[in-house]
Design a protein around this ligand. Structure first.
Ligand code: PMP
Length: 346
């Protein structure tokens, strides 16, 4: 197995990151004339100043909450930024490859395309599980990363722990486990594996269970040295000041998030039961996430008809292994009722 540092693009190892004057200064300065900011503070809540580039306050809270060390934690402008930065540090454009396992989150493939990195596809099985042996078969020296999404989007299921463990032990590259939907599942987070697996990166987000999709906060967890490399290449002020404040406030109230997750899970059960008796619904896949993958007759047509009736779901009917499927997010009780009503009326 290659050490994760051997997988880095060589120039990234030597890269000197941007540093601001405030990185160097320590002490009780009162006059800040170092960053070309506008000095006037009236009625702007301090927004005339650049935010903390290291997001220390957020990291202190999150690390405690997640049981990781602060230096094992990277904060991105959504986990999409973490995905982009992982490509930047590990993949040589036009030369390297990654493995993705569709049907899965589309940004892995889009990011690969943006970076001109070969996206080698090893599809999930018919029951939406990984093919670990196939993955190892197609991997070679230029394969840098493997993307695993669990619970998986758009299928909703968690991927088998044994398969993921096997890949962590045998895949000769970086294993990225995307846990965007982990808060809706009973599965344990793979952050507990960080000390065993130096090549592991876990992704999470504040966009789902925490209700902060608009605020754009995603997390990457990995060994401290790898996190330091992500910090080196990120734009210096990637998380805005107002957004840092909003996240800090949300982290004070994990109980609110837990209560909302509880309600979403109860609604997921309700939806599963209701949809099963709607005419034209062929299959509702078990979900560990805040959405359901639902197979219906004439899915594409129904998708359009639902829009005409003011209900937008996600059309996955042309995605391989998701024939005739709609992906339906669990909403409020009223939203779910409206969706079921309209679908039943088609
Ligand atoms: N990973 C998965 C599996 C997702 O479904 C999404 C959002 N749809 C993301 C990552 C991106 O999350 P963020 O809002 O943190 O960029």
């Amino acid at each position: 197995m290659r050490n994760w540092k051997e997988l880095l693009r060589p120039h990234i190892l030597d890269l000197k990151p941007y540093s601001s004057a405030r990185d160097e200064f320590s002490g009780a300065a009162k006059v800040f004339l170092d960053a070309n900011e506008n000095p006037f503070t009236e009625s702007n809540q301090g927004w005339n100043r650049y935010p903390d580039p290291h997001q220390v306050a957020i990291k202190q809270k999150l690390a405690k909450l997640k049981g990781v060390k602060q230096d094992q934690l990277f904060i991105g402008n959504g986990s999409d930024e973490a995905i982009d930065l992982l490509f930047r540090i590990f993949c040589e454009p036009g030369k390297d490859a990654v493995i993705t396992c569709p049907p899965t989150y589309g940004m892995y493939g889009v990011s690969a395309a943006i970076h001109n990195v070969n996206n080698v596809i090893v599809p999930l099985t018919d029951d939406y599980q990984l093919q670990p042996k196939e993955i190892l078969k197609v991997a070679n020296a230029s394969t840098k990363m493997l993307f695993i999404c669990s619970p998986n989007n758009p299928t909703g299921n968690s991927l088998r722990v044994d398969d993921i463990t096997y890949l962590l032990q045998n895949f000769d590259g970086i294993v990225i486990i995307d846990e965007a939907y982990i808060d809706f599942s009973a599965q344990e987070s793979w952050t507990s594996g960080l000390t065993h697996y130096p090549n592991l990166v876990v992704l999470q987000t504040m966009s789902k269970a925490w209700g902060l999709a608009s605020v754009r906060i995603g997390m990457a967890y990995a060994n401290a040295e790898l996190i330091a490399v992500l910090d080196k290449v990120k734009p210096p002020y990637n998380i805005s000041g107002p957004n840092q404040e909003i996240v800090l406030r949300a982290l004070e109230d994990a109980a609110k998030k837990d209560e909302e997750v509880r309600q979403i899970l109860a609604e997921r059960d309700w939806l599963t039961q209701k949809l099963s008796s709607v005419k034209g619904v062929k299959q509702i896949y078990p979900s560990d996430a805040n959405f359901l993958l639902v197979q219906v007759n004439d899915a594409h047509q129904k998708y359009g008809q639902l829009i005409e009736r003011g209900v937008v779901v996600r059309d996955r009917s042309n995605v391989a292994l998701c024939n005739d499927c709609l992906r339906i997010t669990v909403g409020t009780k009223e939203e779910n009722q409206k969706m079921v009503e309209e679908l039943a009326a088609l």
